[in-house]
Design a protein around this ligand. Structure first.
Ligand code: PLP
Length: 341
């Protein structure tokens, strides 16, 4: 059983949070002369600091209670806030399996937290034997698991083993879960108080420019995250745009289906190209491929103004390709067929 008080940095527990004008009076009717806002205009008022309308909508879509949702300015903000909340700089540690999403390492470095990086196994699964010796380290506060994982594209198995055998926080980054055939762990936050599931509107919902990420977790952690976040971290414009996009579930399903169909088409076309050594199974909106010469292929595509991600430095001769529109994918395949090696 976790002891949340022992996991939180002491200064965060005792912190007196900033009390905004909207914290002190939350009604919507009246003459508002309390927040030094400009009285004129359409966008002159500060937004709801706790994004209650948006959380209500998200709670219906995700089938979780609003009090279990925290919203960040992109999931990147949530990753940073988790380091700040749980890890004492220069003392506490976090752990992840690599290759994975690069922001865990950057956010750890920004917060002066050591990030232990264990290699994923050859099948891109977590190495339980390798992680076992770290689980009793009192200074290990956070384990990051990206599932489906970026850049390998697969879901990680056995996450519940960690939830049951680690007394710190297990943060599961489900940025790509809407493209996956596997279930989200979001509903398991009732069962595991040490689980934080993060998701985003940047991928399947197509709202990367609005910067909205979600943490679904136990309400005590939501309260603590609320305490340390910047007061108005999601703009009114972005909250309204998100509500509009979230109301159009038909469009969401249509685009998701298109992306998944295009993924299959791209997979089939790539398999016909002789320098493609392997196409890894994907539960996401991208494909990871092993090729003969990733640098040469990447550079030739760049010359044609086709930009993919060269992952050669983290996985030898691997390229990551985001699924585009049918036209974009067609342009890519044409260009790949004309690569000179
Ligand atoms: C695994 C993963 N998590 C989080 C993010 C960032 O999400 P957001 O746009 O919500 O900050 C990305 C973006 O590529 C990602 O790949």
């Amino acid at each position: 059983m976790i002891n949340l008080e022992q996991l939180i940095r002491p200064n965060m527990l005792s912190l007196q949070p900033y009390s905004s004008a909207r914290d002190e009076f939350s009604g919507s009717e009246g003459v508002f002369l309390d927040a030094n806002e400009n009285p004129f205009g359409e966008w002159n008022r500060y937004p709801d600091p706790f994004q209650n309308t948006l959380k209500q909508k998200l709670s219906e879509i995700k089938a979780v209670q609003p009090k279990t949702i925290f919203l960040g300015n992109g999931s990147d903000e949530i990753i940073d806030l988790c380091f700040r909340l749980f890890c004492e700089p220069g003392k506490d540690k976090a752990l992840t399996f690599v290759p994975t999403y690069g922001m865990y390492e950057v956010a750890a470095a920004i917060n002066s937290v050591e990030l232990i990086q264990l290699p994923l196994k050859e099948n891109f699964q977590m190495d339980i034997e390798a992680v076992e010796p770290f689980l009793n380290d009192k200074n290990l506060k956070l384990i990051f698991l990206c599932s489906p994982n970026n850049p390998t594209g697969n879901c990680i198995d056995n996450i519940e083993y960690l939830l049951e055998n680690f007394n710190g926080i297990v943060l599961v980054d489900e940025a790509y879960i809407d493209f996956s055939t596997k279930d989200s762990l979001a509903k398991k936050t009732n069962q595991y108080p040490n689980l934080i599931v993060i998701q985003t509107l940047s991928k399947a919902w197509g709202l990367a420019s609005a910067r909205i990420g979600l943490a679904i977790t136990n309400p005590e952690i939501v309260k603590l995250l609320n305490k340390i976040k910047p007061p108005y971290n999601i703009s009114q414009l972005n909250q309204e745009k998100a509500l509009e996009i979230l109301s159009d579930t038909k469009n969401f399903e249509f685009k998701k289906k298109m992306i998944l169909k295009q993924r299959t088409i791209l997979q089939n076309e790539l398999a016909k190209i002789d320098f493609v050594v392997e196409i890894y199974p994907s539960e996401t909106n991208f494909l990871l491929l092993k090729v003969n010469d990733a640098d040469a292929i990447y550079n030739q595509l760049i010359e044609k103004k086709i930009i993919i991600r060269n992952r050669n430095k983290v996985l030898a001769n691997c390229l990551r390709i985001t699924i585009g529109t049918p036209e974009e994918n067609h342009i890519l395949i044409d260009a790949l067929k004309n690569i000179q090696l």
